[in-house]
Design a protein around this ligand. Structure first.
Ligand SMILES: C[S@@+](CC[C@H](N)C(=O)[O-])C[C@H]1O[C@@H](n2cnc3c(N)ncnc32)[C@H](O)[C@@H]1O
Length: 452
């Protein structure tokens, strides 16, 4: 099948993907590397002609870009994500009803308490703590630490001891000081803490995979928390004053292959599911999820991985059967066979490499289940936009994600109405013996569907 595609964008990928300055409020309360930019959502909300009478759905809502953008434009929305941390972040980012003064009081109490505990444990506020520069190990309260199970989940070197202790003190103070408060107040504060972890306190960065950076001996956790909290409250007041808080929006922690809690009468979907590649979606937010007690031990991590779409070899399990859903798709089966053939030719024999072809079939099978669960929730002729990327992660065998997904969607009662090129990235450079350099371009596209 041929998909009509639009022309290449004139702008460079960086500017296509960058969040514009005017879009930072609320979106930047916590935003992860997997997010797409708000202007992309606006483009499709406009193309679909959405108004306040519609209901926009994001079944893979991540950190809530679609939902926040919908609310800013007075379009009712609903979202879900199977990862509890993503669901928490999205829930906080679309709750614009909280009382600013209550939040300010909570921040003050928590910072006062955390400051006292830190000082009592030899962790004075950074600017006054000359002793800390001498790195005297063992001086600090050794009982302020992750437990053994949590420690095992933390990627090695992602948090230094003193920033970790400061974060734990703050986390415990948030929990104790918000005991009598609304759960929403506590969640707002925890998302503020998550921002501190991912944007300063941790020894990790993204490019686009998560990687370890130089270890920090210490970090001004409380200062960052106070400043970011203050910014979030100011932005909350701004959206409240602009009368934007009333538009309904709801988030569910739910598997998009089931959608049992999601209401009907959805008029449009704008979303970006995982792509079939080697990205472990639980690693991107691992540190924050552990610190916020959303991932407590290995069985808990496994449970979360099982609730996610199969998209990488780290979340394939022996009992998986999503692949059965796409047995009759010759195009998908051909890609799977090609991957296995290439693996055998290249003599690649690790446990992970042997799973490559399974990722592809389970991925498209899972997407088929999702599209099947979604269809009855849609209004007639509902419009859908799926942002997906082609892949070369599995021994350089091309996986044309949008094209294959379009075939799966058509088998589930959807019509393909277009496929826009969003951006291209350079996949890899292959030199042949004549030194000709072949640049492989990998497309990220927006697959446009309509309920048939
Ligand atoms: C590419 S990210 C979405 C990013 C989002 N568009 C944003 O701007 O933040 C994909 C999301 O899908 C979620 N996910 C993976 N499998 C899922 C499933 N079976 N059901 C619901 N969400 C799932 C992941 O946890 C991840 O947050």
């Amino acid at each position: 099948m041929h998909l009509a595609t639009s022309k290449l964008p004139k702008r460079k990928n960086g500017s296509v993907n960058a969040v514009r300055k005017e879009d930072l409020p609320v979106h930047d309360w916590y935003r992860f590397v997997l997010s797409y930019p708000p202007h992309l959502v606006r483009q499709y909300m406009a193309a679909f002609g959405l108004t306040s009478k519609d209901l926009l759905f994001d079944p893979f809502c991540g950190t809530g870009t679609t939902l926040v953008e919908a609310k800013r434009n007075k379009i009712p929305s609903v979202g879900c994500d199977a990862h509890p941390f993503a669901a928490l972040v999205s829930r906080v980012k679309i709750n614009w009803d909280l009382d600013a003064q209550t939040l300010r009081n909570s921040f003050r109490r928590i910072l006062r308490k955390a400051g006292r505990i830190a000082t009592a444990n030899g962790l004075q506020a950074l600017s006054f703590d000359a002793e800390m520069l001498q790195d005297k190990r063992g001086v600090y309260g050794s009982d302020i630490a992750l437990n053994e199970d949590e420690e095992k989940l933390l990627p090695t070197g992602f948090l230094s001891q003193r920033p970790l202790q400061r974060l734990l003190i703050l986390r415990d103070s948030i929990e104790e000081e918000t005991e009598g408060e609304l759960a929403e107040v506590r969640e707002f504060l925890l998302v503020t803490l998550a921002h501190v972890i991912a944007n300063g306190a941790g020894n990790f960065a993204f490019g686009p995979e998560i990687y370890r950076t130089k270890a920090k001996s210490d970090y001004d956790v409380m200062g960052h928390f106070a400043r970011h909290g203050d910014l979030m409250i100011k932005e909350l007041i701004a959206v409240q004053s602009a009368d934007l808080a009333k538009t309904p929006s709801e988030v569910f922690a739910e598997d998009a292959r089931t959608l049992s809690q999601i209401p009907g009468q959805i008029s449009a979907v704008i979303t970006s599911p995982p792509y079939p590649n080697e990205k472990d979606y639980t690693r991107t937010t691992r540190v924050e999820s552990i610190l916020l007690r959303l991932l407590t031990d290995r069985p808990c991590l496994r449970q979360v991985k099982e609730s996610l779409l199969r998209s990488n070899t780290r979340n394939i399990f022996v009992d998986d059967s999503d692949g059965d859903e796409v047995k009759e798709f010759a195009s998908i089966q051909k890609v799977c066979r090609e991957i296995e053939k290439r693996r055998i030719e290249l003599d690649k024999d690790s446990g992970f490499e042997r799973l490559y072809h399974k990722v592809v079939s389970h991925y498209f099978g899972g997407m088929r289940k999702h599209l099947r669960a979604l269809r009855p929730k849609l209004r007639p002729r509902a419009r859908l936009a799926y942002v997906v990327g082609d892949q070369l992660s599995f021994l350089m065998v091309p996986v044309a994600t949008a094209k294959l997904l379009s075939e799966v969607a058509e088998a589930e009662g959807y019509k393909t109405t277009g496929c826009d090129l969003w951006r291209e990235r350079i996949g890899t450079k292959v030199r042949n013996s004549l030194t000709n350099e072949k640049i492989v371009r990998v497309r990220e596209e927006v697959l446009l569907l309509q309920k048939a």
